[in-house]
Design a protein around this ligand. Structure first.
Ligand code: PRX
Length: 671
């Protein structure tokens, strides 16, 4: 069943702010110098408009090396499952690494690794070829073969990138689970993917100390009929860890005798490359499936044009972790396929001081920076005097991803970090789309603060009404993608029906992204946030139901409802409304026990999902607002969470519930 949006698409902003945004008059055309040297030239859009499929076939041939050239571009006969370049064969790791070595660029730096404690490592393309080959041989020796699922649960260290590429060399399907997710979250992904191997590390460095990772793997695997045969462990921190004989294998031991030559597995273009789990509208995360040829084509094409990458002179830094799709497409596959030199950083932006990122940019002369609005807002809060202590003159393109960037943050990013010259690309896309879909093109587009603006060449996107009609300029509706694109998801792992229901049922024949959007008078697209029960916390997706399930699994909680409330830094924050079981209800009356209860519930959510899911606020309430059919009216709770006057409550089964909640909340002990 498709979830019908219960909220207005504009819930995050007041109408006045929206109107201002849609009448944005600031416009920043590219400088003639930038335009003249840009990878993206106007002919790009023209050729895509003339023949979209021929355009994508050209991109696939330009950006990738094929073992067997393809002759078919798109097979849409099994819609909504697309087949792109289906009769071609290739290997992702060969494209990302080996071919650069063969082209004589083996000495070029692929990765500048910066560890949080200040340790560094440099990997050239030669190094990556040797290490991915050894790792592929080591994985093969542990029994991994083409099509097997391998879970990667690691900090952002070079071995995480190498592990992904080693899987790709073998034709094994990697599924990276963000290292901040809990043992519970890890276990459910291992089971859903039926994974044979987990690759992890003993721990990592975060906020100045070593934190453990391996214990979560041990906890996750503590179950009957565990499918995992081996755990491959990178020694990162050297901390003591528990060891399960025969199952656990040190990475350095497994690689010690591994051959440095590995022949990549040549796979069909539609061979699965990875599964990445993301939150949907139900409690169960969806395993988004991506395949090889189309995904790599669009990752490389977009990375080349949207970031204007010049492989022999740029130093590129995408701050995402490989646990998210941004890390897949814009740390691993896009940049490496394009032969880029990039920076990866293990730690947090404020360790050991709040200028760490700017220090890294100056140290490596980073030219292209790709990050998230939540980071930019955090830096704004810390004050511009911090970046001003650094040079930052090397920067020439700035990217943003994960949520809409508010015009104020956009202007700050441009002025303070980009010195009023570097173009900003606000890139809209999703785990499901695999690669950037809507974004300005530097050198072509006159940019506008706050808007992702236009679909890229070869992409057909629209904003439509409830009835699927395109909205008029100034109008709002739902974002849809009207034509298949190469890096589109090929399904949800093990659940074809959910794939059809979630994305393809709302508007027949078109992909429903789950985002609200508006078109301004120039035809530019403005993203307005999710229209379903998915929240966006610091650019990361979390489902309200996932957190509700976590809360009700706590012995003291009878019922829970979760909403995403606007937050100045994180975009949205989790606010939970809970009804306690009767025997614990007295705790809510006493401020001291209430504090302990809040800590307990927050800790429980962190244990069930991960620290990013911890509610910012927990409100103990006597009732929850429900419709006569029993559906929680989150719209009303969001009003409470955002301190607004509660909206129309007439469809509630019991209209006095909201009075009860607001009366209860005015007593200090309930919050
Ligand atoms: O709501 C949109 C928001 O993030 C969602 C996708 O989340 P995820 O799959 O985790 O991927 C995040 C990184 C690609 C979208 O449905 N989103 C992402 N980028 C933007 C955005 N919203 C507005 N503007 C963006 N640039």
């Amino acid at each position: 069943m498709m979830m019908q949006p219960e909220v207005s698409v504009t819930h995050n902003d007041t109408q006045a702010t929206l109107d201002n945004m849609l009448h944005e008059t600031r416009s920043f055309p590219p400088s003639p110098q930038f335009a003249a040297q840009a990878n993206a030239q106007p002919e790009l859009g023209e050729s895509a408009a003339t023949d979209r499929l021929a355009f994508w076939a050209t991109q696939a041939r330009t950006h990738l090396t094929w073992k067997t050239p393809f002759t078919q571009t798109l097979d849409w006969s099994q819609a909504p499952v697309a087949r792109w370049f289906a009769d071609g064969t290739l290997n992702a790791a060969y494209n990302a690494v080996d071919r650069h070595v063969l082209a004589g660029n083996g000495d070029r730096v692929a990765l500048h690794f910066e560890g949080e404690p200040g340790d560094t490592a440099t990997y050239t393309y030669n190094d990556l070829q040797r290490e991915t080959s050894r790792t592929a041989n080591a994985l093969a020796a542990l029994g991994v073969t083409s099509g097997d699922r391998v879970i990667i649960y690691m900090p952002l260290i070079p071995e995480a990138v190498i592990a992904m590429l080693a899987c790709a060399r073998l034709g094994a399907i990697h599924s990276v689970v963000f290292g901040g997710f809990s043992a519970e979250a890890l276990r459910s992904r291992i089971l859903d993917a039926d994974a044979a191997i987990v690759i992890t590390a003993d721990g990592s460095y975060r906020r100045g100390s070593a934190t453990a990772l391996k214990p979560a793997v041990d906890e996750a695997l503590n179950m009957d009929n565990c499918p995992v045969r081996h755990v491959l462990v990178v020694r990162r921190t050297g901390q003591d860890i528990a060891w399960t004989q025969h199952r656990d294998v040190w990475w350095h031991d497994a690689l010690a005798d591994a051959d440095t030559f590995h022949e990549p597995a040549w796979v069909d273009a539609e061979h699965p490359l990875f599964i990445l789990y993301t939150s949907g509208t139900t409690g169960k995360p969806k395993g988004i499936l991506h395949t090889t040829g189309g995904y790599l084509t669009q990752a490389a094409f977009t990375h080349h044009h949207v970031f204007d990458l010049k492989a022999d002179s740029d130093v590129y830094w995408c701050t995402a972790d490989v646990g998210w799709v941004t890390g897949h497409s814009y740390v691993v596959y896009g940049p490496l396929i394009n032969g880029a030199t990039q920076v990866i950083y293990e730690g947090t932006p404020d360790t050991p001081h709040q200028g760490r990122w700017w220090e890294i940019i100056d140290k490596y002369n980073v030219t292209i920076l790709y990050t998230a609005p939540t980071a930019i807002r955090t830096f704004m809060k810390w004050g511009e005097h911090i970046p001003q202590q650094y040079n930052l003159d090397s920067l020439r393109v700035l990217g943003s991803v994960g949520e809409s960037i508010n015009p104020e943050a956009w202007m700050w990013y441009r002025r303070v970090i980009g010195k009023d010259t570097a173009p900003i690309v606000d890139t809209w896309w999703q785990t499901e789309t695999g690669a950037i879909m809507i974004s300005p093109l530097p050198g072509i587009t006159a940019t506008k603060p706050g808007s992702a603006q236009t679909p890229l060449p070869g992409i057909v996107a629209d904003v439509v009404t409830d009835f699927g009609e395109p909205v008029a300029p100034g109008g709002g509706g739902y974002l849809v993608l009207s034509e298949p694109w190469p890096s589109m998801l090929r399904g949800i792992w093990g659940d074809h029906q959910r794939f059809v229901d979630t994305y393809w049922s709302r508007f027949t024949g078109r992909y429903f992204a789950g985002d609200g959007a508006k078109r301004d008078d120039d035809g530019d697209i403005w993203l307005m946030g999710r229209v379903d029960d998915v929240m966006n916390i610091s650019g990361h997706r979390l489902s309200t139901m996932e957190i509700e399930s976590a809360l009700v699994s706590h012995p003291k909680v009878a019922e829970a409802a979760v909403v995403g409330a606007t937050d100045d830094t994180t975009g949205q924050a989790v606010v939970a409304f809970v009804i306690l079981r009767e025997e614990f209800a007295a705790a809510a009356a006493n401020p001291e026990t209430l504090d302990a209860l809040h800590a307990d519930l927050r800790g429980h959510v962190a244990h069930e999902i991960g620290p990013i899911a911890k509610p910012r606020d927990i409100l103990v309430v006597p009732e929850l607002p429900k419709t006569r059919s029993g559906k929680i009216m989150r719209r009303l709770l969001r009003d409470v969470a955002e301190h607004r006057i509660v909206g129309d409550a007439t469809t509630l089964a019991d209209t006095s519930v909201m009075d009860l909640i607001t009366a209860k909340l005015s007593t200090p002990a309930s919050r």
